[in-house]
Structure formats: C-alpha cells, structure tokens
Write a new protein. Structure first.
Lengths: 332, 332
DNA sequence: ATGAAAGCGCTAACAT
DNA sequence: ATGTTAGCGCTTTCAT
C-alpha cells in the first residue's frame, strides 16, 4: 500500500528526482532539457519495475491543475444527463482529463470541498444560487446550464428555443387538422409551461379548435407515456399528428402507434422536443425541435475551459432548429 | 481567481498558520491544543472575510486522505447504478466524503490517474482484469463487485443467489400450472443463463411441460419488455403466473397486465429478480428474489472502507432471499 | 546532460 | 496558549 515516489524511482535509476520528472513528462533530448536517451530508458525501466504512478495531489498542488472535470448532474436517470456524460467521455479521451459525475449530491456543498479544473452545473435554480455561483466562481471555473442566469464570473450555457416550437406546430397543422399533444401531467395544470403553450398557440394560429381528448398526459416515466399514447390513438376519432413535449414522449408515441399497427408518418406524424441522439437513431428517425450538436459542442467547450483558465467568461447560446426527419418529413 | 491560503488568513488574523490550521480543524480549547475562544473567533472571522476554502490537494498530500469516494458504474442508465448512487449519497452525507461517479469512462485507465480513499468497481470481467486489479490495489483501496473474482489485495462484494430462484419457481408452480417467463432475448439463446435456467428447472421439478409460447423475449429496454408481456398475456390460453428474470421486466409485466385489465395477483402472479426499491414501492408491491439491504449495506461498507485503510481485505456476501409481496403473496 | 534546491498549501510534532 | 518548523510528492528555475 506504500506507493513508490519519484524519489524511489530516482534512487533506483541512479539519477536525481529532477531527471525523473523530466523524463516522465516526456521532456527528453528534443524539448525542454536534453536528457540522454540512455538515462531516459533507465528511468522508464525503473519506473516500470517499481510500478510507479504519479501522485495527482502533489502534481495538482504544484501546477494548480487537477486534470479533473466535474459534472454535476441532478437527474442521473434523465437521458439528457446520459447524453452529457457520453459526449464528455468521448471529448475528454485524448485530453488526459478525468470526468467525474457528481450525482444528486448537492454541488452546493460538494464544490466547496472538492475542486476541479472545470465544473459543469446542470441546474442552479434555487433561491440564492446566483450569488453562490459568483462566490464559488472566485476559486473554480464554473460552467452553468441555465435559461435565466447571466454570466457573472462563470460561463453560461443557454439553449434558445425562440420560435422553433411554433415552426414545428405550423409544420404539423399545415397538413393535419387532428393534432394531439403528449405532455407530462404537471405541465397541463400550469398552462404557463412553454412547450404546452406552443401547442395551444399553434392550434390557435391554424384556426383549429382545442379538443381535450387530444391531450394525453403522462406521469414522467416512459411506460406511462406509452400507455397515454396508446389510449390517445385507440379512441374512435384518433389524431393524425402528435406534438410531444419531449423526445422521450415522442419515442413512446411512435412505439405506441407501431404497436397498434399504425404507420409513422403515414397514419400518424410525430414531432418531439430535444433533438436527442436516441430519437435520431430510431426507425423511423424522429423529427424534433432542439439545439444541434448540443452535447458534442458542450463537451468540447468544457474540455477547452479545462485547459485554459483566464479567458473571459462567456455566454454560449444554442439556438434551436426544427429537424424534419422521417416521423414527420418535409413535404416535397 | 487567486485563492486565499491559510497563510493569508493567518496574516489577516495576526496569528500563525498553525493556529489557523488548528482552529479550522475545530481543535480549540477542548481537544488537541488549547486555542482561546478569542483567537478562534478572530480566525473564523478572517477566514470568512477572505472567503477561505481549504485546498484539498494540499490536504491530501499531507494527510494521505482525499475524502473522495469513486464509483465506477459501467451502465449509468441501469436502475442498479442509480440505486448505488442514491444509497451512497445518503450514507456519505455525514461522513464528509464526496462521492464521484466514473461513468463508462474506463476505470482501467482513470484509476491510474486519479486516486480516492476508496474505489468501487461494478464490473471487472474483462480479460486480465484480475491481475490489473491486484496491481491497482497496491496503491488504491478497491472494492469490486463480482460473482467470480476472489479477494486479492482488494475487497469483493458478491451476491449469492444459491437456491433462492428455485424457491421462487416452486412458489409459483405450487399454485399455478401455467407459468410463463419474461427474459431478455439473448439469455434464451444460451440456455446456460442461470436465471432462465432456474425457470426451466422449476418447470421440470413441478412436472410441467415447457411451452415455447410461454416464453416472452425482450430486447433490453423497458418498452420492449412491456410489449412482450402484452403479447404473452393476449394469447388465447394465457399464463396465470410470470417468472421475470429481472425486476425491470417484472414491473413491465405488471403494468402490461394492468393495461389489459387483468388483476395482479388474482389473474396473474408475478415474481421478479433483483429486489429493487422500485419494485418494492409499486402497487401492487413486487415479489422478488434478491439480496436484502444490498444498496444500503454496500454504501455503509464503502464509507467504512474510506475511513480506515489497513483492515484486512474481505469478501462480503449478500445471500439472496425470496421476498413475497403483493404481486405473488404467500398462501395463508 | 544532469543535479540542487525552492516552494506549492497544508498538518502535526515539538518548542516556547 | 500559540508559534516554529519539517516535511508530503512533485515541478522547475538555476547552477554546474
């Protein structure tokens, strides 16, 4: 359990600790200092023989870099979180950075204890969070995902829905008069919810009367969305188009239609929100509204931020687009 | 971005760094050294004013403790992973330990870079993992979840299914002759799969003939399991009991039955495998086979291991039990 | 081409 | 009751 240090390696190789450090950092003959090939090989041999691993804490204290990226993901079970994790994993690979996820564990307390080169926070909508973030940003490089916060010592990632949801509704109402909505139950209660509001507004614009039987509410889980969609499509006068307030729900709706031997998009057209990879990959591929390249661009941004502190804090906007794929194709 | 150090605080408070260290560690009058209340207050004030946060890296290098727990969770989307994360989050709260999740990111490379007081690995079944673990264990405290590995410098967590699955089958066949199985498609191909094997053996023991139309295969996702169960229950001569090879599948089967207006357990009895919280919480509560208290006990063990290095490495077994709940109750 | 040595921020004997 | 000081393992400037 006693790890060999750079000193042990130095002794074993018969050189100084400085030499070991240079060699292990790859600064031989060419770059930095000119350590001879001979000693370099000797050092490597010694390090291998001893099973030497550099002590990250020591390195961090010396260089100020931890090579750590912290991702605070509030809802680990959300596909969104999984997409972030996946994208970051891919982006980070070549950068020598280790991404670590902070689950529901409150970042509000954890960040004070544990630092990282860059910290991504996916939700900061509690009372006082704005001030807290500014304070934490004094000693951490923060990247915050928020629709409302302004950059203030930290970076802000923002997705800009704009009028894209309206476009999606218009696309459906252009060729369909029986347009239904699949949405989580709680968003129906407060009609303020933007996504459900976009559905209602879309109907109004097209001069279509609202039908309560064309609204399917579900309870948050995939299964419930599926069952809600089945009920929706099994009624006597079923809708021919579905506007789902998440890709999640849209995917369930497509499955439900297929389960009922309805063709998508011929019998039912479906549009989701989120533009997730999952939706893009299914058959038929899901038409959706959302930012493009969100996850990869976010991941790249994080890696970039991890490498250079000091650049001015930015606001990174992800404008939404309407992606017309097979489940509700463009009319040709 | 320039953090105040213990030195800055010492200067501000007009004391030595040692005093600051003591005060901030809570070692005043009573324990350790007797720092007067007066100076203690002064130090705290200074620390607050400056917004001082201890540097974890420095502390780690000095004490050898990182206050970090690393959880390598291979399938982040798996409810199992979520349960681990949840339980650990709860257990860790009072211990001053920060739990960090290493997602699909290979622990095989990450652990070499980043240390922690204790590292939990949920899957180590690749070629050469056994040796790698032993090597990594020289400088890390590892806890590995595995059915096959033997403790070798690291702890092993093992769940012992034993004959419990057989009990579950016997429970079903005691009162039912039409017992179906819901299992992932791939486990059907290799009849070696233990869980599916338990189903077949159970039938044999009860002298019930195997019926291929009583086997529903699904493709891994929840929706697919649901659809498979619907098909199973909609056939002319439906089963009256279902043995599902995971709680996941069992939950889907219960939902499917309910969707078809079948009563559980009156029309269909269901037993799952895993004994997950999710199953325990549903209505009707799910009968299941699995270890009891697995997640909380695992979490407690991890916290314990994080605090004291040095204890001998252990093999922690979680014997399985049959939990008879509402979905397939005990006969009274 | 290599080594000596300072020092990152912190803790814990050991002095005073 | 508080201060002095020696490191923890590492990087890096400056000598040699």
């Amino acid at each position: 359990m006693i790890r060999p240090t750079i000193k042990t390696v130095a002794a074993e190789a018969g050189v100084s600790t400085a030499t070991v450090s240079y060699v292990l950092a790859g600064r031989t003959k060419g770059q930095g200092s000119g350590i001879s090939e001979a000693t370099a090989t000797r050092v490597h041999a010694a390090a291998n023989a001893l099973g030497y691993r550099p002590n990250q804490a020591a390195r961090t204290i010396r260089t100020g870099k931890s090579n750590l990226m912290m991702l605070s993901l509030t809802m680990l079970s959300d596909p969104w979180s999984l997409s972030v994790s996946k994208a970051v994993g891919a982006a980070v690979a070549s950068a020598g950075i280790t991404p670590m996820i902070l689950a529901d564990t409150d970042w509000r307390t954890a960040i004070k204890r544990q630092g990282a080169d860059v910290i991504f926070i996916d939700a900061a909508d509690r009372e006082g969070d704005a001030e807290l973030l500014t304070e934490l940003a004094r000693s951490n490089h923060l990247v915050v995902f928020s629709e409302t916060l302004e950059p203030n010592g930290f970076d802000v990632i923002r997705s800009v829905a704009g009028t894209t949801m309206a476009q999606a509704m218009d696309h459906l109402t252009a060729t369909h008069s029986k347009v239904a909505c699949v949405a989580p139950g709680n968003s129906l209660r407060s009609s303020t919810t933007i996504r459900y509001g976009a559905y209602l507004d879309g109907l109004k614009r097209a001069g279509i009367d609202f039908r309560p039987d064309y609204v399917a509410a579900f309870e948050g889980d995939e299964l419930s969305a599926y069952q809600a969609a089945v009920a929706l499509l099994q009624q006597p006068d079923p809708p021919t188009a579905i506007f789902a307030t998440s890709d999640y729900a849209a995917i369930a709706a497509v499955h439900a239609a297929q389960g009922l031997r309805l063709a998508v998009p011929e019998d039912v057209a479906v549009i989701g929100i989120g533009n997730t990879l999952q939706g893009e990959m299914m058959a038929p591929s899901l038409s959706s509204v959302g930012p493009s390249d969100f996850f990869t661009r976010l991941a790249d941004f994080l890696v970039d931020r991890a490498n250079d502190h000091g650049k001015p804090h930015r606001e990174l906007e992800f404008p939404w687009r309407l992606f017309l794929r097979d489940s509700a194709p463009a009319v040709s």
